[in-house]
Design a protein around this ligand. Structure first.
Ligand SMILES: Cc1ncc(COP(=O)(O)O)c(C=O)c1O
Length: 382
């Protein structure tokens, strides 16, 4: 049986009910939301509203209208960053951001003359919170931090970072791509002003879903304009959520699939999911540490990690290891930079990349035994 260890890229499998609910909607409803006034369109609108409510429940938030849907977290992060940061502004971020944040900031630096300060972190990828305060400037307009590194698995101290942002009245945007659904997130307690999420990773939903939960009054300038189904006479994009940031027809079937996935997570509970992924990470780390010629990057404490482990086998190219695992053993892992070059700069793998194993709720301990046996075999030949 093939083994899938690339859940940090996208989770697989999904709960069966996810595809079932999407098919059911497309087959028996199939209408757009916010446009038609007939019963079936109202029903579709109600279903989407229920998903906004479920996401609020998951992240401890109270205003479903402040849940904005987008195609993925990349789009959501771009909406938030570009909608808040103005030319000449300054942004504080981590040293290990995914390109979804990093490229967006670098392009604004090049095109809009913004300044970027990156907070140093230790070799495991843990941000040094004590260094943040000194980076704040009069023109700081945003703090944006990933909640967990998709290369090293390191979970960032977002609550402490959020408190510093609050003290300075600066909006705090969190990229929850690697944590939403797999690690507790509490918008209120964690001092998050804007949470960006993606539906298809640890939220166990379909691709093409993601969004923002906006917990602040600050206006996020719309980056897209178009139909919303309401106030159509106005030549301008509405200034109220979610319409201000949702132009065009929504991915209704995808959102319904996401809602089914979030219901699954709420039923299982994030605590149970976290416990399982933490167990798998702990078990895999222990097994890997016992192997010769394995270089492991990132924290060695699964308490500070999501289910992501990066490693290399001596100087064997990461892509070669991933290729053999796939071709010979039917084990799917990812090799390369994982779209996060700054994290690789930290661990010195900017050129070589790493092999990344990432676990999901549906992996089992036995899957790890199989990959470890395969790695032993590969190691014996290098
Ligand atoms: C931390 C982080 N941010 C952003 C992304 C981008 O996710 P998406 O492709 O769903 O927009 C990823 C995906 O790997 C990620 O790990």
């Amino acid at each position: 049986m093939p083994i899938y260890f690339d859940n940090a890229a996208t989770s697989y499998p999904k709960p069966d009910a996810v595809a079932d609910s999407m098919r059911y909607f497309m087959r028996y409803n199939g209408t757009s939301t916010g446009r038609g006034t007939y019963a079936r369109a109202r029903e579709a609108g109600e279903k989407v509203y229920q998903v906004r409510k479920l996401l609020c429940q998951l992240f401890n938030y109270h205003e479903p209208e402040h849940v904005v849907f987008a195609a993925n977290v990349t789009e959501a992060l771009n909406l938030a960053i570009r909608g808040i940061v103005k030319p000449g502004g300054h942004v504080v971020t981590s040293s290990i951001e995914h390109n979804a944040v990093w490229r967006c900031l670098k392009m604004l630096e090049r095109d809009d003359n913004i300044q970027i300060s990156t907070v140093p972190c230790d070799s495991s990828g843990m941000t040094d919170v004590g260094l943040i305060e000194a980076l704040v400037q009069p023109n700081t307009q945003l703090f944006v931090f990933t909640h967990a590194s998709n290369v090293l698995g390191t979970i960032q101290p977002i609550r402490q970072i959020g408190r510093i942002a609050r003290q300075h009245g600066i909006p705090f945007l969190v990229d929850s791509a690697q944590t939403a659904g797999a690690y507790p997130i509490d918008i209120a307690v964690d001092c998050i002003d804007i949470l960006a999420f993606t539906g298809h990773k640890s939220l166990l939903g379909p691709m093409g879903t993601g969004g923002l939960v906006v917990n602040c009054e600050r206006m996020i300038r719309p980056q897209k304009a178009g139909g919303t189904g309401r106030d159509s006479i106005s030549p301008y994009q509405p200034d109220y959520l979610p319409d201000s940031l949702e132009a065009g027809t929504l991915n209704v079937s995808g959102i319904i699939g996401l809602g089914t996935a979030v219901s699954f997570i709420l039923d299982e509970t994030v605590e149970v999911i976290r416990r399982k992924e933490r167990f798998l990470t702990h078990y895999a780390l222990k097994q890997l540490q016992a192997l010769d010629k394995v270089i492991i990057y990132g924290p060695d404490d699964p308490g500070n990690m999501v289910g992501v482990i990066s490693f290399n086998l001596s100087d064997t190219p990461a892509v070669e290891v991933a290729y053999i695992l796939d071709e010979v053993y039917e084990i799917m892992v990812r090799a390369g930079l994982h779209c996060a070059p700054t994290a690789h700069r930290l661990i010195g793998t900017e050129l070589a990349g790493t092999v990344r194993m990432s676990f999901g709720y549906f992996n089992e301990k036995e899957d790890i035994d199989i990959v470890i046996a395969a790695l032993k075999h590969i190691i014996s030949k290098i």
